[in-house]
Design a protein around this ligand. Structure first.
Ligand code: ADX
Length: 644
């Protein structure tokens, strides 16, 4: 090599144009993984200039025999410091193509990365130690690769020099490992006897093993195929974020599979809302009309619907399944075993769901594939489990879509395990969600919001009160309405106990029913606000998600008020005697007693009624309303040159 270290990096960057295959090299350090990687780099002339000499001399200086793994370590540490090589990946090259090793040796995170899909490899090279033979770990690695859908596998039986390049030893390992892989449905494409330290069968056939007729390592790798980008699969566009630029909302994410075009009708899952793609935005290059798998994209929709991070857009006919339950094959990494009844955070593409382990169906021993009925999945174990969440999840079977069919489980912030989805035995619950309305187009009214505001002398908007039962929501809402009405304002209260006798008479207090109650209220409140009314909603509204949703409909006219009072205070008040009943077990799901209340963290206004008098509370509310609903109109002057 004649270039400098820096040029090496440059060269690799440029060579991105060249065909590139991602491989993972799996094996125990003691089985010679680092040695093999060092050798591969050396023999393929892929090292930065002077690296080999540098490492050789430094070993000499320290009086140590040179080891190929030192080279790999040196590469690794430069990689970690971001000096010569890309920080996440390292390359070597053959005349045919570049290879990206997604698991550089010493990379402890590789299991997590593979499980999360952060790193996906198209092929794998599994290393076995010829002296040790097929061990438990080699089987586990084989199983895991199979689980993660890596289908192109080569096995390197290393350290053949230590068994005198003996054909019989190799054949025995070949037979045993092939039989194991076959039992899990994997056919290795190549099994290659090598001696990484000596350079046997790395880039060329070794004279030490004339009995071996197959390819050397790089010759074998060159026979693997690049996997096609998943553009032909159904569209999956997981939403990463929604950015607001002036009036436009740009939905951004990465197309995991399929294609997306301007004019396409797409459905968001699991919210089940349909909208047409208006534009595909691009910051640096000319506008595009189509994007496909592997590309990041920002899109806008024909009209505003509620979209948030975690939703997945697809075409209507090819949508993912909506279900709150599925079966998973799970690989466990956490020290604390997985058990039935435990709750974890499930991360699936950009979505996060709270799930509970409903059932451990079987624990699979990856070494002999025996099944046991144990109810604990220990670290590095594989199991089949049923997971259930409180809400609907948008899922794909792993066999249908590898990119969307895998997930991670987190315990707190720790990655606890990873798995693949098999939802085949579970019904699609899409029909249970909102009815899809089609062929709907917004009607523009002649009377504008501005006109109404000027006539009323105040803005329309929502004052969303939340708080425990007995915290004082209804009292404050009632009093505030009275005061505003007497001043001539257009004001109305939507109160839980009232709404639940009409609009929400069909709903109870399960999570699902409360969410639906709040959805209806949010929509109705928005209509009131649009009519120019100051609408005060008085609902416990215990869940952050539904409150956030209520705000998202028209954030500029939404104001959250947390009517705060601790449980002891509201229980002492107990105006309707409901806490007493709940404590006696006569009311199920009573908020604060046997159901959650997720405290609002960023309310626009918080009033602690345990410590604030009614008069003072009303004063605070009136000031808030004045600042946010009345002052903006007053400040616009006598009709402010408004265009009526
Ligand atoms: S919410 O959770 O959906 O926001 P909402 O505010 O409509 O609740 O209704 C709460 C009112 O319903 C309470 O003030 C109380 O009078 C009554 N109620 C009856 N059962 C329950 C329950 N299990 N939990 C909370 N409130 C209940």
């Amino acid at each position: 090599m004649s270039n400098t270290s820096l040029a090496y990096k440059q060269e690799n960057v440029d060579e991105h144009q060249k065909e590139q295959l991602k491989i993972v090299i799996v094996g125990h350090v003691d089985h010679g993984k680092s040695t093999l990687v060092g050798r591969l780099f050396y023999e393929t002339d892929s090292l930065p200039e002077g690296q080999y000499e540098k490492v050789r001399q430094s070993s000499e200086r320290r009086g140590m025999p040179f080891e190929w793994s030192f080279l790999t370590d040196a590469l690794q540490s430069e990689r970690d410091q971001g000096i010569t090589v890309d920080t996440t990946q390292i390359w070597f090259k053959t005349p045919k193509r570049d290879y990206v090793i997604i698991d550089a040796p010493g990379h402890k995170e590789f299991l997590k990365n593979m499980i999360s899909g952060a790193a996906s490899s198209e092929a794998a090279l599994l290393i076995i130690d010829a002296k040790e033979g097929v061990k438990e770990q080699s089987k586990r690695h084989g199983y895991l690769l199979h689980l993660l859908g890596v289908r192109q596998i080569a096995v390197a039986v290393n350290k053949m020099d230590l068994v005198n390049y003996d054909e019989k030893t190799f054949k025995e390992i070949e037979k045993e490992y092939t039989a194991y892989l076959k039992s899990i449905g994997v056919t290795p494409k190549f099994i290659i006897p090598i001696a990484a330290r000596e350079g046997d069968n790395i880039t060329k056939k070794s004279p030490n093993m004339p009995w071996y007729k197959g390819p050397a390592i790089t010759e074998a790798l060159d026979q693997f195929q690049l996997l096609p980008a998943p553009t032909e699969l159904p569209l999956r566009f997981p939403v990463q974020d929604v950015y607001k630029f002036d009036e436009r909302r740009i939905i951004v994410g990465r197309i995991e599979s399929g294609r997306l075009k301007v004019g396409d009708k797409i459905i968001f899952n699991p919210s089940n809302r349909v909208e047409t793609v208006k534009s595909i935005e691009n910051w640096n290059s000319p506008a595009q009309t189509e994007v496909s798998a592997g590309m990041s994209a920002g899109i806008t929709l024909e009209s505003q619907i509620f979209v948030e991070r975690g939703q997945v857009a697809s075409h209507i006919d090819d949508a993912p399944k909506l279900t709150n339950i599925f079966r998973a094959k799970l690989f466990w990494l956490h020290d604390k075993p997985l058990e039935e009844g435990k709750k974890y955070k499930l991360k699936l593409a950009t979505a996060q769901y709270q799930v509970e382990v409903k059932k451990i169906e079987k624990i699979i021993d990856t070494t002999d594939l025996a099944h046991s009925d144990s109810k604990k999945l220990e670290r590095l174990g594989v199991g089949e489990v049923i997971l259930r969440s409180r809400t609907l999840m948008s899922v794909d079977d792993f066999t249908q879509n590898q990119h969307m069919g895998r997930f991670m489980l987190l315990d707190g912030y720790d990655v606890a395990g990873g798995g693949i989805i098999d939802a085949q035995d579970f019904a699609d619950q899409r029909k249970d969600t909102d009815v899809k309305s089609e062929n709907i187009k917004s009607v523009d009214f002649k009377i504008t919001r501005k006109e109404r505001e000027l006539v009323n002398g105040h803005r329309g908007g929502v004052m969303w009160f939340s708080g425990l039962s007995g915290s004082g929501k209804s009292t404050l809402a009632n009093e505030l309405m009275t005061r505003l009405y007497r001043k001539g304002y257009n004001v109305y209260v939507l109160d839980g106990d009232n709404v639940r006798q009409g609009l929400s008479a069909d709903l109870g207090f399960s999570h699902k029913d409360r969410a639906e109650n709040l959805r209806r209220v949010a929509e109705v409140a928005n209509l009131f606000a649009d009519s120019g009314t100051i609408v005060i909603t008085s609902f416990i509204s215990p869940y952050k998600k539904e409150r956030d949703h209520a705000r998202s409909i028209a954030p500029e006219n939404f104001h959250s008020v947390y009517v705060k009072a601790d449980l002891a205070t509201v229980e002492a008040r107990d105006p309707k005697g409901l806490y007493k009943k709940a404590r006696k077990g006569e009311i199920k799901n009573f908020t604060g007693v046997n159901d959650v209340f997720e405290e609002p963290e960023n309310a626009d206004l918080t009033i602690d009624t345990a410590t604030t008098t009614l008069d003072r509370s009303i004063e605070l509310l009136m000031t808030y309303v004045d600042e946010n609903f009345i002052k903006p109109i007053r400040d616009a002057g006598d009709f402010g040159g408004a265009d009526i």
